[in-house]
Design a binder for this molecule. Structure first.
Ligand SMILES: [Zn+2]
Length: 390
């Protein structure tokens, strides 16, 4: 036993992050502690780990040491889909270590997504495949056409379960017009047949939200939940009026449907988010829907989106839970992802809670001044500093 203790004492770690405030909301862990990293995994969390035991020592004094951020809704099929951004350089400056692409690629592009996006990235990348290849041919019956691609799309999920989480479906008058509900029904059939969870974009009626929710099952994700549009979870739109949850919303959560923010260029409204919180219906996941049309505002990055919920009164731990543990649970591919438990992947964010005067803007250009914002100081992924590729 003495020998064991001695060996334990002599152990040298790849990296030690010292003096930080460790926050691991998935297991309610919050204390000042040192974190040791070895072979890409969390090796120890103790109140004091001597610096001489680390090959690299990082001082996190005054910072929060949290699980690497997990962004459930992004577009990062960079270089292939026009709206996509590149994961690693953005993650390096924003604390995000895991990215989920929400339908920027089609079934026939899964191989390219794997080889050119997932493969070379330091970050962890997953995705939902788009429901259908494209709708550029106006001469075809589009519903028939989408139905004809079900097999190919379902098989793309089946053969790539390590990186493909399910199928992305767009529902809204501005997206697929009058075909939205038909596409949603096709998505449902595909989901059932191939055991593929759906991520469902909602924006404007028709169809009505209860019709959409009726087709959603346990494990499916409704994204853009605080958009304030007609397909929003609260019926008071962009107004300050408290409003009510639309029919079927509560029941959907009870049966295991997840509600995701997906901020983007048009899908986050302060009043809509505030009213949902007042009605006791916070989102399960806080995500960016980051793409080229929102990365220079109003979204910018995940810490900025998280700061908006902090401003709306959500606690730091609750915000963090929704941008680490919860989305990691939905991904469900990596043991310990979204936590800092010993043995979990060493995906770590060093975050600062900055005090000052900061301007935050929603998608309807409503601006607020806030006194606190979350900012990233260092991103560690798979036990290594995440750096922008040169
Ligand atoms: Zn999106």
């Amino acid at each position: 036993m003495a020998g064991g203790a001695l060996a334990q004492r002599a152990r040298i770690y790849d990296m030690i992050i010292r003096n930080g405030e460790v926050r691991d909301p998935g297991r309610n862990f919050r204390q000042r502690a040192d974190v040791a990293v070895q072979d890409g995994r969390i090796a120890a969390i103790e109140s004091e780990i001597p610096p001489e035991r680390g090959r690299e020592v990082i001082d996190a004094k005054g910072l929060y040491v949290t699980p690497g951020l997990v962004d459930l809704h992004t577009h990062c099929f960079y270089g292939a889909s026009g709206i996509s951004v590149e994961a690693d350089p953005i993650g390096a400056r924003s604390g995000v270590t895991t990215w989920v692409d929400a339908g920027s690629f089609t079934a026939s592009q899964v191989a390219a997504f794997r080889r050119f996006t997932v493969g070379p990235a330091q970050s962890r990348i997953f995705g939902y495949v788009h429901l259908y290849p494209d709708l550029r041919n106006p001469d075809v019956d589009v519903v028939k056409y989408v139905r004809s691609s079900v097999k190919e799309t379902g098989q793309a999920v089946e053969k790539n379960r390590d990186i493909v989480l399910g199928v992305k479906v767009y529902v809204g008058a501005n997206m697929n017009g009058r075909y939205s509900l038909d596409f949603m029904k096709i998505g449902r059939e595909l989901g059932d047949q191939f055991k593929a969870p759906l991520m469902v974009h909602v924006s404007f009626t028709p169809p009505e939200l209860p019709e959409v929710l009726a087709l959603m099952r346990t494990g499916d994700v409704l994204t853009h939940c605080n958009n304030g549009h007609t397909l929003s979870i609260v019926d008071s739109g962009y107004s300050e009026k408290p409003g009510n949850l639309r029919p079927g919303v509560k029941e959907a959560r009870e049966r295991g449907v997840w509600f995701d923010v997906g901020h983007g260029a048009g899908s986050f409204n302060f009043n809509a988010a505030r009213n949902a919180l007042r009605l006791g219906f916070p989102p399960d996941c806080i995500s960016t829907d980051l793409h080229t049309a929102c990365i220079n505002g109003p979204t910018y990055d995940l810490p900025t989106t998280m700061s908006k919920y902090l401003y709306l009164g959500m606690s730091f731990d609750d915000v963090l839970l929704r941008s680490t543990y919860n989305p990691a649970k939905i991904i469900g591919r990596v043991q310990g992802l979204g936590t800092l438990e010993v043995g979990a992947p060493a995906d770590i964010a060093l975050l600062a809670l900055e005090e000052g005067q900061f301007r935050l803007v929603d998608c309807q250009r409503n601006a607020v001044m806030v006194r606190q914002r979350i900012a990233s100081r260092l991103t560690i992924c798979r036990g290594k500093r995440l750096t922008a590729p040169v």
